[in-house]
Write a protein that binds this ligand. Structure first.
Ligand code: ZN
Length: 299
């Protein structure tokens, strides 16, 4: 199907970009005064005020990094640019006009990270803090490509660049899981590991009604796993059903149109309303299908 071939192409393209980045060794350090852009986010200022003498800086095509040691920042930069390319292809979009770079702050010492955490909300899924287009993370062995946590946060950063006025929480989280899991698996394969993206099936009785899920402004703290898994499955389902319709829906929701009216306009003849989507989605959400977009769309 069309969407799966597009996705496969975007992964291929991004994988070759990673190979190129990997060939250059560590990220070259730049003086703060020489960075091409500043971060207007007050949280960035707060981060750099914690032991200001320790921070080093670097930038790549789409991101600016603030870090203590380049060995922590280099793998983050590779993963950041990799995800940028996958998402731009997946959204079939060019770089937004007048695009600005996203800032990523990498903390190392746990006590400094704890000190910083009082300023922002930790994402329950990844433990990073994403705020107004900037990302704050603690360097962690988990961020060395061993799972999709960093990728998930980077997807949020890139979505924020394309949809600066915000998109609904389920779409933001679902898209972040969907892209980062598939990208992580393909990145592992590019490095010679056997890896398949995994998406968890949800028991039908545990499903959050779509009217509730699509109206949520943050993940439900008592059902965090279900919220993320169901959001991911909903994004996979909508994208696999009709990719151009999914992109139209994304644009409508980014303009803050209600889900109930944007859905039938984006999927004419397929989903007359949320209830008809829910009927079809319930089977898909609870089916353990093994899980890549390719498999989903070939069913
Ligand atoms: Zn998230």
């Amino acid at each position: 199907m069309r969407c799966s071939s597009i996705f496969a192409m975007s992964i291929l393209f991004a994988t070759s970009a990673v190979a190129q980045i990997n060939e250059s060794s560590s990220l070259p350090e730049i003086e703060f005064s020489q960075l091409s852009q500043r971060d207007p986010n007050p949280l960035g200022e707060k981060a750099l005020a914690i032991h200001p003498e320790q921070w080093k800086h670097a930038e790549t095509e789409h991101f600016i990094y603030h870090f203590v040691h380049s060995y922590a920042a280099t793998p983050v930069s590779v993963e950041a640019e990799f995800h940028y390319r996958v998402i731009a292809k997946e959204l079939e979009r060019d770089q937004p006009a007048g695009d600005v770079k996203s800032h990523i702050y990498i903390f190392e010492r746990p006590e400094e990270w704890q000190q910083f955490q009082v300023f922002g909300n930790l994402e329950p899924w990844s433990g990073g803090i994403h705020s107004a287009g900037s990302l704050f993370v603690q360097r962690n062995p988990a961020y060395k490509f061993s799972n999709n946590l960093l990728g998930h946060e980077i997807v949020h950063l890139v979505l924020h660049r394309f949809y600066a006025d915000g998109i609904p929480c389920w779409l933001n989280e679902g898209f972040a899981q969907f892209i980062s899991k598939d990208a992580h698996a393909s990145y592992e394969r590019a490095r010679g590991y056997i890896s398949k993206p995994h998406s968890d099936a949800i028991a039908p009785q545990d499903l959050i009604p779509l009217s509730v899920l699509t109206a949520a402004t943050r993940p439900f703290s008592d059902r965090v796993h279900i919220f993320y898994d169901e959001s991911e499955r909903l994004v996979r389902f909508l994208a696999a059903t009709d990719k151009p319709a999914f992109l139209a829906l994304l644009d409508a929701l980014a303009r803050h149109q209600p889900f109930e009216s944007a859905l039938p306009r984006s999927y004419p003849g397929k989903f007359a309303n949320t209830a008809s989507l829910e009927e079809k989605f319930r089977d898909y959400a609870s089916k353990d299908f093994g899980t890549s977009l390719q498999q989903a769309s070939n069913e």
